[in-house]
Write a protein that binds this ligand. Sequence first.
Ligand code: ZN
Length: 252
Amino acid sequence: MKEYKAEGIIIRVRDYNEADRIVTLLTSEHGKIQAIAKGCRKQKSRKRGIIQQFTYGDFILYRGRSLDTITQCESRESFAVLREDLDRMAYGVYITELLDGFAIQGESHGELFYLTLVSLHLLSLADPILVTRAFEIRLMNLLGYRPHLETCVNCGGDLIGSRIAFSSRLGGSLCHLCAPGEPESSVCSRGTINMLKQLSSWDLKRLQVLKMSPDIRRETGEIMKNYIAQRLDKKIKSADFLQSLESMQNIG
Ligand SMILES: [Zn+2]
């Protein structure tokens, strides 16, 4: 079958020439796909409003040797709010950049697709930092990099005290006996560890009731940034921009 259907989210768009765009789609059945949308930059093209970053819709594609072609598309949700609000857009771009970095082409991952869809939806209406942290930690969980937060990742011992060490390299929290042996670990509050547990396990739609103090915001942001950098070979371009945006918000 040369022609196939896919339910997908556009995670990346690049102009290809005067009329066309190359699109990276995250689909529920076929994983990540690269495809060309011909003619979509023309003024009169019906595809013009649909072939945009974040659009969730139904696509009909034609399988090509190196690149598939989008022959038809229908939008289910455009997530226009994410393109109109610069703050939310920055987080949306970051999420899609992470997906582009981690999701493997052609590998189907229904849960990852669902996580992305719900996260983009929540990003349009809830606290974008909270949603982004939840997305990051759940992405790690789904890819088999779940951080160990319940006991010491090194010896299994209990975590004692109000300040707890976290090692990105070892992948979790450390007890007071193991922490000195891991000089690159960072120290955070117990509240930050608890917040990471909630972001990781709570129903995504319930997350809106959580409140993060400025300290917990900063610490969860730093932990997740280092944790992801340790597990991804390439640099996420939008990560630094987000961090400066967040530090401005912490001051203000
Ligand atoms: Zn230990």
